[in-house]
Write a protein that binds this ligand. Sequence first.
Ligand SMILES: Nc1ncnc2c1ncn2[C@@H]1O[C@H](COP(=O)(O)OP(=O)(O)OP(=O)(O)O)[C@@H](O)[C@H]1O
Ligand SMILES: [Mg+2]
Length: 577
Amino acid sequence: MPIAMLAEEVVDRIAAGEAIERPASVVKELIENAIDAAATAIHIETEAGGRKLLRVSDNGSGIRRGEIELAFKRHATSKLRHAEELTAIRSLGFRGEALASIAAVSQTTIITRHRDEKMGLRLQLQAGVLGRQQPVGAPAGSVITIENLFFNTPARLKFLKTDHTEKRQIYWVVARYALAYPQIAFALLNDGRERFRSSGSGQLADVVARVFGLREFKHMLPVWSDEAPRLGRVALGISGFASLPQLHRASRDRINFFVNGRAVQDSALTHALTQAYAGLLSPGAYPLAALMLTMPPDFVDVNVHPTKAEVRFRDQQLVFRAVQSAVRAALQAAAEHGADVDSWAVAGGRSGRGSPPLEASWRHSSVEDPFNSYAQDNMPERADAPLRPRTLPPLRVLGQAGAAYIIAEGPAGLYLVDQNAAHERLLYQQLRRDLENGGAPSQATAESQSFVLAADDAALLDETAGLFAQLGFELEGFGPNTFLARALPNLLCGQAPGDVITHILSRLRNKGKTAQCAALALAEIAATKRGQMLQIDDMRALIAELERCPEPHSAPSGKKTFVHITSEQLSAEFQRA
Ligand SMILES: Nc1ncnc2c1ncn2[C@@H]1O[C@H](COP(=O)(O)OP(=O)(O)OP(=O)(O)O)[C@@H](O)[C@H]1O
Ligand SMILES: [Mg+2]
């Protein structure tokens, strides 16, 4: 449908208000426009938390040259004509307001070419006033650049938070749309650095793993239910992922609901979800979730809030019950498959109402392999994974001491686990399994990173290139003693490739040029260091893995992984004198 001005009586029926509050609102509106234009790739760039620059590029339909000025007029839209259509909106936009509101408070440049036209157009606006227009050659799609947001509204500029906060808000906008549209490839760059990327593979599990983290994804369950339309019933679909009870947070900020592809905030939906965990989570603990609801468009009113963030259902109770029962069913199915849904966290939560049986307080997650490779991570069907035999009793993590030791208790006393040595052991075991299975998984670097080695190291690297390839390094010569890292092992996080490689080479030189030595050296340098504060979930994942590690007592380098203080030792200590 061409872009046209809405009739006044339609405008009057649209929920009005300020839609552009901060850089993240701009990103949201521009992403929504790109999705409505059927883009399959959306690229977002920001500078200085979005204050200085925001750019959203898409490969969607583009805007016709004859319509582009209209697109920036308030109440001009191609998505709505008649007031009756407001009751069944199928697009994300419908008010014809976003571009006008954004352009009014910024310096805007749009380059767009409609897919049916040969030439594109570049148009500039300053505080909403149309400026230069010139024909340009451009790929089909649109690139919209917003510079100096709020430059003419200092009051709003003052309300912006730190760059860090604005970046986080932008990240979550992008992450939410990536979750809602796994078939679209999203990329977010902050100040030239890649912050997020989704592949556009169409696999929701891929995006959930990227947004929530691989370890968290391990503890998430697929949720699915599909209510077929029957007489008096509405077709209501629910799909997505929700966390097992052992994975939770102190706030609701990882609960994401989408209604017909729109990210919505709805306290009733959140309440329905938390109700599904009744008795499984202690008060103040909230699950993580990404749940997509689909329903007929006339069952939901999206025209209730100026930023379209809230919706109203024709029958809220029905939606509420559907969410609750879908999540509950997923949790029950997981419990039947052997996942320990009645987690120790639950036992802990109950202790105020009488202590749980002793045995129960040792129990916690039986979801295994938190350090598995990415390929395996992408499989949502975790419950059937074969368990390795236990080598330690079930341990309950109590906390961290000195940013170096994990304090845990077991049925027979206290355990002080050296986080560095234990992680080194686990990474080494993982690498051994990977090597037996043909090599360790790697991930392409966002930008190839170059590094320079000493001449003798460079010669040794040439000689042992095969070992590095098995570990997941993809390296390329780039001049005298200079190399490019195209891909790095998955288990590295953030270390400079030059440092890692120099470390491995020194071990190979001193201890032998074997795959085993190389794996050991890589585990050493990749392991969590002492001095690093750990999140409780990370500690639990590490301990759960150690409990089933074939050699849990020492790191491959010989360091002790834990000290066990038995209950007898403890009571003897206190009863002495
Ligand atoms: N990235 C884009 N690709 C193609 N067309 C676009 C794009 N962005 C905007 N348009 C066109 O410009 C029009 C105006 O966009 P704008 O965002 O202001 O309003 P809207 O999307 O119709 O409604 P809303 O204000 O609810 O977002 C759209 O209706 C659409 O036709
Ligand atoms: Mg729009």
